[in-house]
Design a protein around this ligand. Sequence first.
Ligand SMILES: [Zn+2]
Length: 256
Amino acid sequence: MMNKIDCNECRGWLHAYLDNELDTELSLHIAGHLVHCAACTQCYDEITILAASVKKSIPYYDAPAALTKNIMSNIHLQITPATSIWQTLNNVARNWLVPSFSVAVLTVALLLYVAAPSHEDSFVDEAVSDHIRSLMGEHLNDVISSDKHTVKPWFAGKLDFAPPVYDFSTKGYALLGGRLEYLQHQTAAALSYKHNKHIINAFILPTTDADTASHSLSKRGYNIVFWRQNHMQFIVVSDLNKVELEDLVRDIQNSK
Ligand SMILES: [Zn+2]
């Protein structure tokens, strides 16, 4: 191991250094170099900012359990913190894949797999767009009423399912009304609620998929909660804070 590293070596190791992939000795040399070298420190800062913004703007998806199992069972290598993903891929390629299958191809395949937009992603995007559109125009509601006995029958004959319609005025979430929306290539019910000055859209569409617990995320500055219950897919969108939005979600979930 060298005692000192120069700028070239330092720059070459910066990405791995940032990802904590280097051994302690080399990390110390780089840290030592950064203390004295303003140019490399600037380089390091730029990489840090880039990495943070990539992390923030790129969606991450969990691989299906079967794929993960399949890959992991074929890795004959203990992955330690000091092992970079490149080394791991290299080993996977050597131990598992046919020789002509290069690391680059595997990497590209994995990246494409990870980068492909999921069904969930397009669903959430569409709901957020519908929410924004409903606030921009004069089209928040086709039926304006805080009375569920007015709103619920309004949907009858317009939808081939009966969306659950409830008013939560007593809890601070007033039902404003309902309208039809088109979501995921089917007609959906949209209910709007108001909490303080925030408008909340709750989209409901039928599904044959099994029930799921609620899942919260934020996108384009909006909070979103979605879940499946009693063969209905729910997705709630608002600029309301996450905690208060989840309160409404619990009320909807517990309404029978
Ligand atoms: Zn330097």
